[in-house]
Ligand binder design. Structure first.
Ligand code: CA2
Length: 138
């Protein structure tokens, strides 16, 4: 099972700023734990603050991987381009948000990812990524 986790803008700051909303673990530390726990899976991780790089990565994995776990961060709410990329690829995409976006500002209630996502997980912190992973491991 080949799975990629793709994180969007500012998620490189996880564990370094705003722990009250996003927790205190860096994504790298969390990803290492996932790799150990799910050693039978081929896990990849990519983060970028650049919209086009996220689209390139979705296309790169979107015809060969078994699953994409995507937290497009702020681009979730703005990016027609990322939404189109999700629609264009064959690999199922699970949309993840660390925070419960529906408890937050109304602009975070809009998603260009959701209409073409296989599933959506919000508000479970970093555990949301693991839940998404488990959904692929059936
Ligand atoms: O809850 C989520 O996972 C979000 O995708 C996070 C985005 C936000 O724009 C979405 O509405 C919801 C923001 C990611 C920013 O990450 C930071 C991490 C640490 C410190 C500052 C920002």
């Amino acid at each position: 099972m080949r799975i990629v986790i793709i994180n969007g803008p500012n998620l490189n700051l996880l564990g370094k700023r705003e722990p009250g909303i996003y927790g205190s673990s860096t994504f790298e530390a969390f990803f290492e734990k996932l790799q150990k726990k799910y050693a039978e899976m081929e896990l990849h991780y990519f983060q970028s603050n650049i919209e086009g790089e996220l689209i390139d990565k979705i296309q790169e994995f979107g015809f060969s991987a078994d699953g994409i776990i995507l937290n497009a961060a702020a681009y979730t709410h703005t990016s027609v381009g990322i939404g189109d990329a999700i629609k264009a690829v064959e690999t199922p995409v699970i949309e993840v948000h660390i925070s419960n976006v529906y408890q937050r500002e109304t602009f975070r209630h809009q998603s260009y990812i959701s209409p073409n996502a296989t599933g959506i997980i919000v508000g479970f912190g970093l555990q949301g990524y693991e839940l998404a992973l488990q959904s692929f491991s059936k």
